[in-house]
Design a protein around this ligand. Structure first.
Ligand code: FES
Length: 367
């Protein structure tokens, strides 16, 4: 229904029943629920005066709502039809999961089209007559104003906000600058120039390298292969981790290189991530969960399952550490190992795939 301050009868609304008019007269608008009209010149829209424009706007709004329905159907189709591991490459964004992209696009468009349809409906077809909304006096009475002012003064004096200008100024400076880290950290969303190590590239390598001994976590003792019993688990790190941590003064290297070693009989191993990556049934895996990065060392030796305590992702270490339960999207990376001349466990190479939680630049072959 459209108000018409001219008082003239206007065109019939498309789809309206038996002569119901698209616009009301000035008299009809003066109803208990209606605000009084403002005494200003009102400009009619084309949809107020042209039945064809009005019908076109009705169609446009309806099409947007129908397209929203179509997007929801496409969302469901995409969810069923697109494999979870399918990856597409988009300009500026790079490789992303096709399923996530399709679901985000269709659902985003479904919401957008409802909003756009509602806005178009409001602008073209709903009443746009200028009205007056009377306001009640908003001013607080003098007594309450004085009390509020006094509360402010008492607070100001007791906090010393006015008394210590240095504190006041430094606090204001600190508060003004504190959002900057959030802005600066957005840098990681940008593509990095060639030759500069990106955050994702840093996640692709760890301290492990050929011949590096596996040493026990915390005590840093080299691990002898024949000292690990079948069913046993040892937390290990690279032998040069203490030196690196001392040099870096942080735990970043540990967060990537931490690993576990388990032993089972060679016959129990169903599959590995690379041929001969075990040593006589001793297998080494990253300790960092591929879901969101909790360290894992809960091991059920009878089932060979590694259980993450954070969200219960479970990996079968006898079968390439594949995910058998939980939210993790990919297996735990395996570290190829052997022994040196003295029988101590050493790495054959670094991990062949990134450790830790998946990240959006992860190559298709790792996901
Ligand atoms: S961090 Fe391991 S399941 Fe979530």
């Amino acid at each position: 229904m459209t108000d018409n301050p001219t008082g003239k009868e206007l065109a019939q609304s498309p789809g309206a029943d038996n002569g119901e008019l698209a616009a009301t007269t000035t008299e009809q608008a003066v109803r208990p629920g209606a605000w009084p009209k403002a005494d200003v010149a009102h400009h009619l829209r084309r949809t107020d005066t042209d039945p064809r424009a009005q019908a076109r706007a009705v169609r446009q709004v309806s099409i947007m709502f129908i397209l929203s329905v179509v997007m929801v159907i496409l969302f469901i189709v995409a969810f069923i039809a697109i494999p979870r591991d399918e990856v597409i490459t988009l300009p500026f964004v790079g490789a992303i999961g096709a399923l996530n992209a399709a679901m985000g696009l269709t659902f985003g468009l479904a919401i957008f089209l409802i909003g756009a349809g509602a806005v178009h409906w409001a602008k073209k077809l709903m009443s746009d007559v200028e009205v007056v909304q009377e306001r009640h006096p908003m001013k607080t009475d003098a007594e309450d104003t004085a009390v509020a002012a006094d509360i402010y003064e008492v607070g100001k004096e007791s906090s010393g906000f006015a008394k210590y200008p240095m504190i006041r100024r430094t606090m204001l400076a600190a508060m003004a600058l504190v959002p900057i880290p959030f802005i600066v950290s957005l840098r990681d969303l940008w593509l990095t120039p060639p030759g500069v190590t990106t955050p994702s590239e840093e996640l692709l390598t760890t301290l492990w390298r050929p011949g590096m001994r596996l040493v026990t976590d915390i005590t840093y003792q080299p691990v002898k292969a024949d000292e690990i019993p079948v069913g046993g688990l040892v937390n290990v790190v690279p032998a040069d981790l203490p030196l690196v941590e001392e040099e870096d003064q942080n735990l970043n290297a540990r967060a990537k290189a931490a690993a576990i070693v388990v032993r089972m009989t060679p016959e129990e191993i169903q599959s590995q991530q690379g041929e001969g990556w075990d040593y006589q049934g001793i297998l080494a895996f990253s300790k960092i969960c591929t879901h969101v990065g909790c360290p894992i060392s809960l091991y059920q030796q009878r089932t060979h399952e590694l259980l993450c305590p954070c969200h219960q992702s479970t990996f079968n270490l006898a079968d390439s550490a594949n995910v058998v339960f939980g939210p993790a999207a990919r297996r735990m990376p395996q570290l190829p190992i052997t022994v040196d001349d003295e029988g101590y466990l050493v790495a054959v190479s670094d991990f062949k795939e990134p450790v830790g939680p998946s990240f959006w630049e992860l190559k298709e072959s790792y996901s």
